[in-house]
Design a protein around this ligand. Structure first.
Ligand SMILES: [Zn+2]
Length: 54
C-alpha cells in the first residue's frame, strides 16, 4: 500500500489518503475511500452537531 492522492468532493482540493488511513479503513471494513478532505469532513461533523442541537 502507498499513500494515495484523492480529490475532495466538496472543495475540489487534493488530499492525501495515507497508507495508515487506508489500513485503518481496511480494518474497519470500509470499502469506500474517503470522498472529502479532512477539513471538509471536520466541517460537516460540526454542521451535523449544530443541527442536532436544534
Ligand atoms: Zn474539502
Amino acid at each position: 500500500m502507498a499513500d494515495k492522492t484523492l480529490v475532495c468532493q466538496d472543495c475540489g482540493k487534493e488530499f492525501v489518503f495515507t497508507e495508515g488511513e487506508q489500513k485503518f479503513y481496511a480494518e474497519k471494513g470500509f470499502e469506500n475511500e474517503p470522498k472529502r478532505c479532512p477539513d471538509c469532513r471536520r466541517a460537516r461533523k460540526q454542521q451535523k452537531r449544530s443541527f442536532e442541537r436544534r
